[in-house]
Design a protein around this ligand. Structure first.
Ligand code: ATP
Length: 234
């Protein structure tokens, strides 16, 4: 395997006294799409939050492009090229669609993603650019959240349950855009509850169970049985 661009080593994470991650080790190679799966409460969001600097871990290491980032603030990590599409989207509701996208670009990293290009990826965002974000459907808001992350021109994008609560047709639209999103060599970690989709869009999967890595492997090789065991610990 080539040198990992993201190297997570024996990472623990806590909420107060509760330990949500136990010695999670994970390597991600540049350009890889990695799916993170696991039951509710397994620690998927916690892991993304730790990488994005939204949660400080007490022990273990996170190396991004060889540099330890575990002690950096979220804005410093964003400036190094890591962007997150958070669960629940967290848009600025009263700002327009376009303003939300522009905010994503304010870190000023150079790269292929511009307002124009995001609007071409999701044409509805051009059509509705002057609408307040909260006037859009859930799926359209998810497109804004993805577009906002892309506007930062990240090298790693963390996507937390981007299909949650959306209609199948909208989920398809969003996932249809994924190849164009990762075409430039962008690395992606995607939390996805739908196992079939997770396997079909990713190169490798990691399955967490109660804060531990229970299974990892190339998505084409892992079996349903192995996933079921890793999910439920049976
Ligand atoms: P889901 O699929 O439900 O989003 P997840 O795999 O993303 O689950 P996390 O949200 O990372 O799981 O949660 C991991 C564990 O940490 C759970 O037991 C959860 O209850 C706990 N937890 C998450 N956030 C907090 C918090 N802010 N305070 C206390 N405990 C938390």
């Amino acid at each position: 395997m080539p040198d990992p661009v993201l190297n997570i080593d024996a990472l623990d994470a806590h909420y107060g006294d509760f330990q949500a991650l136990h010695g999670v080790t994970m390597q991600v190679t540049a350009g890889e799409v990695l799916a993170l799966i696991g039951a509710n409460g397994a620690g998927k969001t916690t892991l993304l939050r730790a990488v994005a600097g939204l949660l400080r871990s007490r022990s273990g290491a996170i190396l991004w492009q060889g540099r330890p980032i575990g002690a950096l603030r979220a804005d410093q990590i964003a400036a190094l090229g890591i962007a997150m599409v958070p669960e629940g989207r967290l848009l600025f509701d009263s700002l327009t669609v376009e303003e939300n996208l522009i905010i994503g670009g304010q870190l000023g990293r150079r790269g292929p993603w511009t307002l124009e290009r995001v609007q071409t990826l999701f044409p509805i965002l051009r059509e509705r650019r002057h609408f307040p974000a909260n006037a859009l459907s859930g799926g359209q808001q998810q497109m804004v959240a993805i577009g906002r992350a892309l506007m930062a021109n990240p090298e790693l994008i963390l996507m937390d349950e981007i299909s949650l609560g959306l209609a199948p047709v909208v989920i398809r639209q969003i996932y249809d855009a994924l190849p164009a999103i990762v075409a430039e060599g962008l690395t992606a970690i995607i939390v996805e509850q739908d196992i079939t989709r997770a396997l079909s869009v990713s190169h490798r999967i990691y399955c967490l169970q109660e804060g531990r890595v229970a299974l990892t492997g190339p998505s084409v090789d892992v079996t349903r049985d192995a996933i079921a065991r890793a999910y439920f610990g049976v």
